[in-house]
Design a protein around this ligand. Structure first.
Ligand code: ADP
Length: 691
């Protein structure tokens, strides 16, 4: 028999569930909850958007404040620097005398000021809208006459003649050996150091042509040692030229001498007032000789000159700044963006020049930026300064961008707000899922409960109709035979006896049936009470078994009884024990099949008294066993047998009330063995014998 009573199953075999209850549940609970969830989600989303908008606009405001500060402070600091009192004494050489070496005091002064103001990267001096300092290109070559003009008249004449003769020998007559002597003689005249150095350089040049390298070397050594800071007519420092020549004369491939390193240091530290063009040229010369990339041969001075070259094209001021005014000027393009401030310097307009301060962008980025961030209470990790992006390029949503000078983009990210929102997200999703899970669980439980209720209801209905049906048969028989007895006076004696036997048997069945139903009703209502007494259960068992065995034997059953006359003391209700035994014997007979055998025995195990009822009938499958003792359960073999699935339920209830249990062993087709187990009371006596 199926676990689901047939009437519970629909046409397709599926369980018909109480749709109304589920519908009500869905409409009254699930529906509103889902609507509330949806509204909650919407409100959270609105909140998220509001927070995002708010934090983005906050972010933008903060970024703009930072950018403003980053523009304001450099201007302030640049103003301070350009108003440095020392700068008031800045005097440029006259335009007519535009020799780089005359700018040495200017350079020294500007370097002193620069050392006091970390914002200053480079000073430029503009005149007539062109850069005068630092020099970008060298002045035009000087003529020998210019040098001679400063010499004493006697020496000047002699020098001019000798020098001219030497040039003729060297350049036109191609007699460099003689030229060496002639140049040397001119160098020995009492002339200025500059003119002597010019002549000595010619001695060395001719000596090289005359293949006298040792002579050339000697002369270059003198030039490098004694005349290093003088310049030749092409504004080439003798020390620098001689240094390179000495290196070349020593032959390439030899290990680098200390001389070339010293030479490079002189150049990089700005020993000579060179133009930017010359500086680049000599730097390349040294790089080639020491076999290293030019970019590695660098210094602050080298950088200044490079920056000056970069500014050359960009720095075209739209107007001349007024005295005391700071005129900002930026160049966003090129490899080297810069930001500069120009101011008018010098009192009289004709001698006036424009002093330009290029801002140290590294200092701004590395020192000023963190400082501004700290002052504004912003974590400097959130701030980045990068070259400006091309227009229209998308910026991440969590970043706000402002421009600092025209070439920098300041981005400010807000890790906090977003992080906070995203941090709440799992909790929200989690609780939503939890609510949904609870709802689903609710539906499942409701369905299960409803189906169980339905099942029990159905079982009760079946039970009532079954009982009524069972009542009908004996009642009909009783009425039929009673009528026969009263209406047929000439019945034979044995017929009369048989009919009254039937009436007696059927009324017994009726009583038994009603007893069972009443018993069940009492148990079901929780009103069943047992009158437990301590004692020997053997007499009760013997009496019940003997009476029922007679009954069964009369119906053709083989009944085997093995009971001891006494058993150890147990606690029991005699009526209930009798009912349990009758139920088991009744089942044994009912399900004994063709074997028609019922066996009853009792024995004592350590701690228990066990009464066993067995048959050799149809048996019970292991799948059925767990449900066997449930209410209204009727097994596969019960078809065609009277009963309501209450017998074993009552037995279990009785045994539990006794503190004992009912057990079953069974094999399909072989028979079953039910055992009633009563716990022995402490101090009970041993059984004596078996009857
Ligand atoms: P019923 O009134 O149907 O006999 P019970 O509660 O006494 O109800 O038994 C429940 C079911 O257990 C029966 O329908 C039957 O299938 C199975 N059963 C009980 N006793 C036996 C037995 N001795 N042999 C085989 N099956 C049994």
């Amino acid at each position: 028999m199926s676990l689901w009573p047939a009437k519970l199953l629909g046409a397709g075999g599926t369980v018909r569930l109480p749709r109304r209850a589920i519908l009500i549940y869905l409409v009254a609970i699930v529906g509103p909850t889902l609507v509330l969830l949806y509204l909650g989600l919407q409100s959270v989303e609105r909140q998220r958007r509001a927070i995002a908008t708010l934090s983005e606009s906050n972010l933008r405001l903060t970024a703009e404040r930072m950018a403003t500060e980053l523009a304001r402070r450099p201007e302030q600091l640049a103003g301070l620097c350009l108003r440095d009192p020392d700068l008031a004494s800045l005097r440029l050489p006259a335009l007519a005398d535009d020799r780089p070496e005359l700018f040495r005091p200017v350079r020294r002064l500007l370097q002193q000021v620069k050392a006091r103001h970390p914002i200053a990267d480079l000073f430029l001096v503009l005149q007539d809208n062109r850069i005068r300092y630092p020099r970008l290109s060298e002045p035009p070559p000087r003529q020998l006459d210019e040098y001679l003009a400063q010499e004493k008249p006697t020496a000047r004449q002699q020098f001019a003649e000798l020098f001219e003769e030497a040039e003729r020998l060297e350049l036109r007559a191609s007699r460099p050996g003689d030229a060496v002597t002639a140049y040397r003689r001119s160098a020995e005249l009492p002339v200025s150091d500059t003119l002597r150095a010019v002549a000595l350089a010619r001695v060395a040049r001719s000596a090289r042509k005359a293949n006298q390298p040792h002579v050339a070397r000697q002369v270059y050594v003198v030039l490098r040692a004694r005349y290093a800071d003088l310049y030749d007519p092409f504004h080439r420092p003798f020390g620098l030229i001689a240094g390179l020549e000495l290196f070349d004369l020593a032959g390439r491939g030899r290990p680098l001498s200390a001389d070339i390193t010293a030479l490079a240091n002189d150049l990089l530290r700005g020993r000579w007032e060179l133009s930017a063009e010359q500086f680049d040229y000599y730097r390349a010369q040294i790089a080639e000789r020491v076999d290293r990339p030019v970019v590695e041969i660098t210094s602050a001075y080298a950088r200044e000159l490079t920056l000056t070259e970069a500014l050359q094209d960009g720095l075209r001021l739209q107007r001349v700044p007024r005295t005391g005014e700071l005129y900002p000027h930026s160049s966003p393009s090129g490899d080297q963006p810069y930001h500069a401030y120009a101011t008018l310097s010098g009192s009289a307009p004709e001698e006036g020049h424009i002093l330009v301060l290029a801002v140290d962008l590294n200092w701004i980025e590395q020192q000023l930026l963190p400082q501004v961030a700290t002052d504004l209470g912003i974590d400097s990790d959130r701030v980045t300064l990068a070259p400006a992006r091309p227009r229209g390029k998308r910026v991440p949503a969590a970043t706000s961008v402002a421009t600092v000078f025209p070439f920098w983009e300041l981005s400010l990210t807000s890790a906090d707000d977003r992080g906070q929102w995203w941090g709440e997200m799992p909790a929200f999703v989690g609780s939503t899922l939890l609510i949904l899970a609870v709802l689903v669980l609710g539906v499942i439980l409701l369905m299960r409960d409803a189906s169980r209720q339905l099942q029990v209801g159905q079982l009760r209905t079946d039970f009532v109709s079954g009982v009524s049906h069972e009542l009908k048969t004996p009642l009909t028989l009783i009425r039929l035979y009673a009528e026969t007895l009263s209406e047929s006076p000439r019945l034979a004696d044995h017929e009369r006896r048989e009919y009254s036997d039937i009436i007696t048997r059927e009324s017994e069945r009726l009583t038994h049936l009603i007893d069972r139903v009443l018993e069940f009703a009492r148990i079901d209502r929780g009103e069943k009470q047992y009158r437990l007494v301590d004692g020997d259960v053997a007499p009760v068992v013997t009496r019940t078994v003997t009476a029922y065995a007679d009954f069964l034997r009369r119906r053709g059953y083989a009944v085997e009884v093995a009971l001891p006359s006494t058993l150890p003391q147990v606690r029991f209700d005699p009526d209930a024990v009798a009912a349990a035994i009758v139920n088991l014997m009744d089942n044994a007979a009912k399900y004994s099949g063709s074997a028609k055998f019922v066996g009853v025995s009792a024995l004592v195990t350590p701690g228990d008294v066990v009464v066993t009822v067995e048959d050799r009938g149809i048996g019970i499958s292991s799948a059925e066993r767990p449900s066997l003792f449930g209410r209204f359960y009727r097994g596969a073999g019960s078809l065609g047998q009277g009963g309501y699935g209450l017998g074993l339920y009552l037995v279990r209830h009785i045994m539990e009330a006794h503190g004992g249990r009912v057990e079953v062993d069974s094999e399909v087709g072989q028979g079953s063995r039910f055992r009633l187990v009563f716990p022995i009371r402490a101090g009970a006596a041993e059984p004596s014998s078996i009857s």
